[in-house]
Design a protein around this ligand. Structure first.
Ligand code: FE
Ligand code: FE
Length: 191
C-alpha cells in the first residue's frame, strides 16, 4: 500500500522558495506527462514533490548524510556536488518521508543523470524537471517540451545530449551514468 502523505511543511522548510516554486512546476509537468503516457499520476506527483528534497542541504550536511546513509561519494560527485542530491534525495525520501515504492525512489535517484533502461516514471520525472514552466528560457527548451509529448524516448535522447553538451561546455564533471543513458537512448533520435 502506498501512502501519499508527504509532510509538506517539512519539505517546504528544507527547500528555498525558488526550489519550492520549481518543485511545484515539476509536479505540474509530471502530471501532464503522466496523463499523456498513462502513468500513475499520484506516484508521479509524489516523486516530483520529493525529487529535490535534499538539494538545498548545505554541502557539509550533504556529505555527512552520505556517510551516515552509506551513499558512496565518488570522485566525480566530490568534484560536482550537484550530483549528490539525487542519490541523497532518494535516501531522504525513504528514511525521512517514508517512501517505500522503489519506482518512486529510483525516479528521484536518477532524475539528474538518467540511466539506461529507465521506467516510465523515471523518464517522466527526468523530463518534467527539465521542461517545467518556471525554467528560464534556453535554446533547446521549446523543442524539448514538444518532444516530451510527442515521443518520450526521443525526448530523453534529446535532453541527455543537450545536458551532456552543456556540462562539457561548462567544464563540469560528467557522471558516467549520463553517458550510459545517452548511449542507451540515442537510437531513438533517428525515429
Ligand atoms: Fe534535481
Ligand atoms: Fe529539480
Amino acid at each position: 500500500m502506498l501512502s501519499f502523505t508527504v509532510s509538506e511543511r517539512k519539505l517546504q522548510s528544507s527547500l528555498s522558495i525558488e526550489r519550492y516554486i520549481h518543485t511545484m512546476g515539476v509536479v505540474k509537468a509530471a502530471r501532464g506527462l503522466s496523463k499523456r503516457y498513462g502513468a500513475d499520476m499520484e506516484k508521479a506527483s509524489y516523486a516530483a514533490l520529493l525529487h529535490d528534497c535534499a538539494k538545498d542541504y548545505p554541502n557539509d550536511m550533504k556529505l555527512r548524510f552520505c556517510r551516515e546513509y552509506h551513499i558512496p561519494v565518488d570522485d566525480i560527485m566530490a568534484l560536482n556536488t550537484e550530483l549528490i542530491h539525487q542519490f541523497l534525495g532518494a535516501e531522504v525520501a525513504k528514511r525521512e518521508y517514508l517512501v517505500e515504492d522503489e519506482d518512486i525512489l529510483n525516479a528521484i535517484r536518477f532524475h539528474t543523470t538518467g540511466r539506461p533502461g529507465m521506467s516510465l516514471l523515471e523518464k517522466i520525472i527526468f523530463i518534467a524537471d527539465y521542461i517545467e514552466e518556471g525554467r528560464r528560457k534556453f535554446d533547446t527548451l521549446e523543442v524539448s517540451r514538444e518532444l516530451a509529448y510527442e515521443n518520450i524516448d526521443k525526448a530523453m535522447a534529446f535532453i541527455l545530449k543537450n545536458t551532456i553538451e552543456y556540462i562539457k561546455l561548462k567544464d563540469r564533471a560528467l557522471h558516467p551514468l549520463s553517458v550510459e543513458a545517452y548511449e542507451f537512448y540515442k537510437c531513438y533520435m533517428e525515429e
